[in-house]
Write a protein that binds this ligand. Structure first.
Ligand code: SAH
Length: 275
């Protein structure tokens, strides 16, 4: 396809998991000069503060069960804006190429001859696990790590369970909150120990972060009691044991360690929910 001289450009930009400090320099520079920013619901308000007043903001939604714009409408909008000569930032939570439909949006742009660039972002697996103090790999616990989506169609489980229950592996599940009871059940049915550690992290890296830890056997109940809300990232594997000693991020401002030292002179109390 031929590029028209007036054609703008679409920058597919990863916004990271929420903490604006995790934006890349490239993302910040592109936001500063954007004409239009088209953003998803996962983009935090603190990140949106980097969008200049002069730029138009378009909310594309995509919360579960609340598809403000259908994917085809978003694709068509990006093409239209670029063909009108705009510098468009398409801002997506985390990394646009990880469960972000970034590839689909680019395919439409490519087919229409619209120029684009991709700016990677810190994906939830790495950002959220870091802020929860859970290393994805560790020589004593996990030599591999697998990312899957837990968005189970019609409640049926079509994941490759045998590959998820391999030993010495960390399983990271995106969009796994609704399907958590079924995920835990299937993992145990496929041979995982009921005592396998698991963590569910809500709102990783921002002030409302909550970390709930438990085992495959008791996690659905713990998560229900904690009333966690989306977005939540699920981490399964022995690395989760490290959360108790490595949790450093306190959404209240102090690091967890400082909080324990300053809170009281007695023994620090660890709770299943650290927030
Ligand atoms: N492209 C994004 C993922 C989009 S899928 C990325 O690379 O991170 C949406 C899922 O990402 C959510 O359901 C949740 O599982 C996870 N997620 C994204 N941000 C999160 C956050 N701050 N805390 C917890 N989970 C998060």
């Amino acid at each position: 396809m031929k590029l028209t001289p007036l054609c703008g450009k679409v920058y597919l930009v990863g916004a990271g998991p929420g903490d604006p400090e995790l934006l890349t320099l490239r993302a910040v520079r592109l936001l500063e000069k954007a004409d239009v920013v088209v953003y998803d619901h996962l983009v935090s308000s603190a990140v949106l503060d980097f969008v200049p007043q002069t730029a138009e903001r378009i909310y594309a939604g995509k919360r579960r069960n609340e598809h403000t714009m259908r994917q085809e409408q978003i694709n068509a909008l990006l093409v239209k804006l670029a063909l009108a000569g705009k510098q468009v930032v398409r801002l997506k939570g985390g990394d646009p190429f990880i469960f972000g439909r970034g590839g689909e949006e680019l395919q439409t742009l490519a087919a229409q001859g619209v120029a684009f660039e991709v700016v990677p972002g810190v994906t939830a697996a790495s950002g959220v696990s870091s802020y929860a103090g859970i290393p994805l790999t560790h020589r004593d616990y996990a030599q591999s790590c697998i990312f899957v989506t837990g968005h189970l169609k019609d409640g049926t489980a079509d994941l490759d369970w045998p590959s998820l229950v391999r030993p010495r592996q960390t399983v990271v599940i995106y969009m796994g909150l609704g399907g958590l009871p079924e995920i835990c059940r299937q993992m145990m049915l496929h041979g995982a120990s009921p005592n396998l550690p698991i963590a569910v992290v809500q709102d990783g890296s921002i002030s409302t972060q909550k970390v709930v830890t438990g085992t495959l056997a008791d996690m659905p109940e713990r998560v229900a009691l904690a009333k966690l809300k989306s977005p939540c990232l699920t981490l399964i594997g022995d690395v989760v044991k490290l959360h108790d000693s490595l949790a450093w991020f306190s959404p209240k401002g102090n690091s967890v360690v400082e909080k324990e030292v300053t809170a009281q002179k007695g023994r620090p109390q660890k709770e299943a929910v650290s927030a």
